[in-house]
Design a protein around this ligand. Structure first.
Ligand code: HEM
Length: 209
């Protein structure tokens, strides 16, 4: 379990592990080993997602700039394999592991700007990947004609995943309004519990006449 004062700046009693108020959903807190394992899965899958889109970008640029129609066709065929077999499972794992990590730790889903922004960006890019990028790649593999949107889409996606990697490591912008409210509530609850415990201790140690 977490140390008395965790890396998140909450004391153990203040964490949502003990006070679920302010959480969007209440999920059982993750144990230290589960959280670590999940973090490894999360970083591996989400950074793979970035790598995959860089691969798609390389193939999209090759298909568009080459003078050989066979290379264009081969590049779109390779993009089709990556898009149909890898992108969706990798993106889903990154999303689900991120959701569980958020809900099962004091980070929460809506308490810190860097987590909220990542959540919305991931949802938007996931939907765009499934409903726009994959169909466009499949169509390009059938037609074999150079297509600029297969350069634009992986460029935007790679930039988004790079940005998300950066904010995950730097964790900028602090808590959201909900996060601040949650901290105030848990801090004052912890303080009042300590005060009442002290009063009880004092009364029980005062000798009665
Ligand atoms: C492409 C999408 C994503 C990328 C590239 C990404 C990347 C990362 C990286 C590199 C870390 C490790 C940061 C560190 O330990 O210093 C991390 C941690 C984390 N991510 Fe993501 N992430 C993505 C999506 C998500 C989503 C959708 C969520 C949930 C809403 C999420 C929630 C979290 C949380 C809560 C942590 C901290 C876990 C902990 O320390 O216990 N991530 N992410």
């Amino acid at each position: 379990m977490y140390a008395e004062v965790s890396t998140y700046g909450y004391s153990r009693r203040q964490t949502p592990f003990h006070r679920p108020d302010g959480t969007v959903f209440h999920v059982k807190p993750l144990t230290r080993s589960v959280r670590r394992a999940l973090l490894v899965v999360h970083v591996a899958t989400s950074v793979s997602w970035l790598g995959l889109t860089l691969g798609l970008l390389t193939l999209g640029v090759t298909a568009y700039t080459t003078d050989a129609p066979a290379t264009t066709q081969a590049s779109y065929d390779a993009m089709k394999i990556l898009a149909n077999w890898l992108i969706v499972p990798v993106a889903l794992l990154a999303l689900v592991s991120g959701l569980v990590l958020s809900l099962g730790t004091p980070w929460g889903l809506a308490r810190h700007w860097w987590v909220s922004i990542k959540l919305w960006l991931t949802l938007i890019t996931f939907v765009a990947t499934v409903f726009a990028l994959r169909p466009t790649i499949n169509q390009a593999a059938v037609l074999g004609i150079p297509n600029t949107s297969l350069i634009a889409a992986p460029t935007v996606a790679s930039s988004a995943y790079f940005f998300m990697t950066a904010i995950s490591v730097l964790k900028p912008w602090g808590p959201t309004r909900r996060g601040r409210r949650h901290r105030i509530t848990t801090t004052s609850r912890a303080a009042s519990r300590t005060t009442s415990r002290k009063l009880v201790d004092e009364r029980s140690s005062t000798p009665t006449a």
